[in-house]
Ligand binder design. Structure first.
Ligand SMILES: Cc1cc2nc3c(=O)[nH]c(=O)nc-3n(C[C@H](O)[C@H](O)[C@H](O)COP(=O)(O)OP(=O)(O)OC[C@H]3O[C@@H](n4cnc5c(N)ncnc54)[C@H](O)[C@@H]3O)c2cc1C
Length: 400
């Protein structure tokens, strides 16, 4: 029987592992983290490890039910903007450091999943960045050279070798530094771990306004309850656009499908994840329970109703695309869902204080590397709170 759902596969798979209370009375704390997705979970983890005692994590939905639940969760150091282009846009240091730090972030996330004994594991994979068009191939070759020039451990794969794996494409860059996770599962595990270590977690409580006073910040909620705090960290993902003066991200609708479970994962998906360099791009990975998850086909975001109305059409398109690329694998779609996603002009995240005079911070990991950027945000958050310099607060600052 075909299970058909417009809920992301991960939500159905993990269900509600833990639930948390909503706010029922006003209180004060030192630090309020708004947004309990993977970013808020990682930032809370970092603060607890750094010795902060009074930290509250709050979400207007159930925890991790934002884009974290929809993510296809491929971890790659390759940013949406190829290295050679990023060097042109942002200069050598920012570009190469961003790529290198994304690579490190994958290892960091692996260590965290082990440390917290996450019930949903990190799995290491080889990342295959391929092209199916002549023009795309030329750009891919340029990118390959840029990676070699800057010390990345990559290998060129030609069309014959790709064909031997079952992929019809013209060429690819292979790197060993990829991974896959279940972001929703890991966020839930991390929030539970943090909560056991003293983090106060509140869900279903929306922050509607932040009032800055001489005594600190009053976070007003939709329930008429106020939270008095010294610093606020917004890990509010794509909904941050409503709060920010600067127009930093172009929102997109993105679509994903999960296949029925295979008896065993097809060979091509056992140790590899794939994405292509077309625009819009497509990407593919295997799951622990022997499914293939595929995503892509992004279009500009108008509203959620228009986005969700496209799911059936996009599901068919993704399945067709899959069969063109992997003709020997029969992909039977089991789940299809849509999510909101966003791209910044340089493919890089935003971190720090939009207003240097206010104790209001953001960690916004936009783009195809959203998760690795969230991990990198852990390094920047304490310097941001202390108003101390950190390279990420310079590379990824607002008004750049
Ligand atoms: C279909 C899809 C596929 C993706 N694939 C990948 C991938 O392969 N690799 C990758 O690295 N990234 C991927 N991403 C991106 C990645 O999932 C996101 O970058 C990441 O999940 C963002 O996490 P977050 O915690 O910042 O945001 P979210 O998970 O959206 O969390 C933000 C939270 O803030 C809460 N919130 C917002 N406003 C308020 C408020 N006023 N008061 C209280 N709470 C509030 C929301 O309810 C939400 O829970 C994908 C995204 C989508 C949608």
């Amino acid at each position: 029987m075909k299970l058909r759902s417009n809920h992301p596969f991960w939500l159905v798979k993990n269900a509600l592992l833990e639930s948390y209370p909503s706010a029922d009375k006003s209180f004060s704390t030192e630090i309020l983290i708004v947004g309990a997705g993977i970013t808020g979970a990682l930032i809370a983890y970092e603060l607890l490890n750094s010795g902060y005692k009074e930290v509250v994590l709050i979400d207007k939905r159930d925890v991790a039910n934002g884009s974290t639940a929809a993510s296809t969760a491929m971890l790659q150091y390759e940013i949406d903007i190829p290295l050679y282009q990023l060097i042109e846009k942002r200069g050598l240091t920012t570009a190469v450091t961003s790529y290198k730090e994304c690579e490190k972030a994958i290892t960091t996330l692996k260590s965290i999943t082990r440390k917290i004994k996450s019930t949903t594991p990190f799995q290491k994979k080889r990342s295959i960045y391929f092209s199916t068009s002549r023009k795309g191939l030329r750009l891919l070759q340029k990118e390959f050279q840029a990676r070699i020039d800057h010390g990345f451990n990559v290998r060129w794969v030609n069309d014959d070798e790709l064909k031997s794996w079952g992929l019809i494409a013209l060429g690819a860059i292979e790197s060993a530094s990829g991974g896959v996770i279940d972001t929703y599962g890991i966020a839930l595990n991390l929030i539970k771990y943090n909560s056991d270590k003293g983090l106060k977690v509140l869900d279903r409580t929306e922050i509607t306004n932040l009032k800055h006073t001489d005594d600190g910040i009053t976070a007003e909620t939709s329930r008429g309850i106020n939270i008095q705090c010294k610093q606020v960290i917004n890990c509010t993902g794509y909904e941050s656009t409503a709060w920010l003066k600067e127009d930093i991200v172009k929102l997109k609708n993105t679509f994903a499908i999960a296949s029925e479970a295979f008896n065993a994962l097809p060979e091509a998906f056992k140790d590899k994840i794939y994405w292509d360099n077309s625009s819009p791009y497509f990407y593919f990975r295997g799951t622990e329970d022997n499914r293939i998850v595929m995503g892509g086909g992004d279009v500009n975001f108008k509203n959620t109703a228009a986005r969700d109305a496209l799911i059936d059409k996009k599901e068919k398109m993704l399945v067709k695309k899959f069969h063109q690329l992997f003709p020997d694998i029969q992909f039977k779609s089991d789940y299809a869902w849509a999510g909101t996603f966003g791209e910044t002009a340089d493919g890089l995240p935003y971190m720090g204080r939009p207003d240097p005079l206010k104790n209001e911070h953001y960690v916004l990991g936009f783009g195809g590397n959203g998760i690795t950027f969230s991990v990198m945000g852990m390094q920047a958050i304490v310097p941001s709170l202390l108003n101390e310099p950190h390279p990420f607060l310079e590379y990824y600052k607002f008004n750049r």
